[in-house]
Write a protein that binds this ligand. Sequence first.
Ligand SMILES: C[S@@+](CC[C@H](N)C(=O)[O-])C[C@H]1O[C@@H](n2cnc3c(N)ncnc32)[C@H](O)[C@@H]1O
Length: 506
Amino acid sequence: MPKRVIDCSGMIEIPFLGDTPRLHRCIATYMIPGYESATDDLLGSIVAHSGCQEYPIVVFCFDRSPSAEHVLQKYKVIPIQCNVISNDPVAYHSVLYSVAHVIDAEQFLCLGADTLVLDNIKPLFALLDVCAPEAIAAGKQVKDQEKGILDHMVFAGNQQALQALDLLIREQSSQHDDQSVSYWSTSEPFAQALSHMGKSVVLSPTCNAFFSDAAVKVGDRAGRLRASWQGETVKVLNFAGSGASESAEWRGHFARIPDPLVGVGEGNGYKDFVVALRGWIGRYGMSSMAWSFYGSADSQAASIRDPYTMPIFACLHYLIRANGCVRVLETGTARGVSAACLASAVAHRPQARVVTIDPHPRTERYFERWDLWAALPEPMQSCIETRQTRSLEGLKAALDAGEVYDAILLDSIHSEEYVWEEFQLAIQLVCAGGLILIHDAILKFGTVDRALARIEDAGYNVTRLWAAEGGVPEEDRLGLAVVEKRPRSSKIEINASSIDLLRKSL
Ligand SMILES: C[S@@+](CC[C@H](N)C(=O)[O-])C[C@H]1O[C@@H](n2cnc3c(N)ncnc32)[C@H](O)[C@@H]1O
């Protein structure tokens, strides 16, 4: 990347950002001094409706006024502070033609500052995945959808295509007599370059619907601002060419909100887990899930009532994630499905660990052919640690080594005695207030329910999830018991095992 770039109008100097990581996709726009509220509105509409919250937003700006700084802070965008190097009036839009020279990203979506995003625009990026790398997608100008020239307010392209566009615009403008703001504020240089490139993809008018077009209807409907063009949902509404007074009613809807929901936080690990799991089931079939949380009570089969979201795994994932867990231990690895789900809930946290204990070696039939973990993103794979031993030995060794966990899932041998033994070790390994999850509370041939009764007798509350008599069963009612390491103070039954257990765990 060069140290600085002069945009193709020759009027704006764009600084080099320094070595930044390569982005997959980004949205780019700009903020014109004195018109900060238009960009504020656009950014508010992007975070509310674009469906692209995981992609960074780059904003070219031209001064450091308090109102500009306020907008940049409000949406936590990537600001690029440019210098205007001309005494003449400037058409700021031309900076977008040079975006691929200053931002290292695979794909760009460029939006003029006087637009609003009113629906999911992810398909504009998806389009770039499947068209030629030199192609640029843009909508037509409203006057004549058949013949009209391509409009520059909404365009998308891969890095290679946008770099070529910039070079072509420079070349053709050097032969153009008029270099004034009126030339650069029209779509002419853009449309001419695209026609020269011959690789443009024409977007639907819904992706660049002009407010001034009589076929565009804007309204506050079904809970939010919406627009339609000939009855179809508008994705991007373009105010260019419409008078401020005509459109005044529809401006400021987003800008006036002081506290928008911005950013992507720590990602969507659950989605990554589900993608990996779906591919794995596609390869090995539903029978591969027989021992998982979706397995039947007789351990022979599996069924997933709601394959789209898999709410049982979502429950496990968010129980662990929302509880702030970093280190989780599991007994009973089997084919690694619950371990993968646990890893997806903690992998984004520093020092994340999922220790999973099973006496069967990984090279045996469960893993040799069935490596679900290999399909997970690397941070999830690398936080899983397998220990090949019986769980009682594994739990004792962890205790001797002074390990502490935020949550422990017991899912190995489903008998009263074994679960009780595991629990007595687990309660010492888990932090105060940490969770012990016990699977298969109502397994057909198991006696876990009796272990749960002993745990209650020892003074702990036990909540049995997915075991209610009413409602619609999400799976085969195997039940997950949740025990919090916080003994009931008032109701502890004083018996030998509870005194012994309390002494150990406190
Ligand atoms: C129900 S499966 C575990 C399912 C897994 N947690 C999941 O949801 O994907 C039970 C596993 O416990 C393992 N197992 C059997 N005896 C064990 C023991 N003593 N300690 C730890 N694991 C044991 C079995 O090898 C089997 O893989």
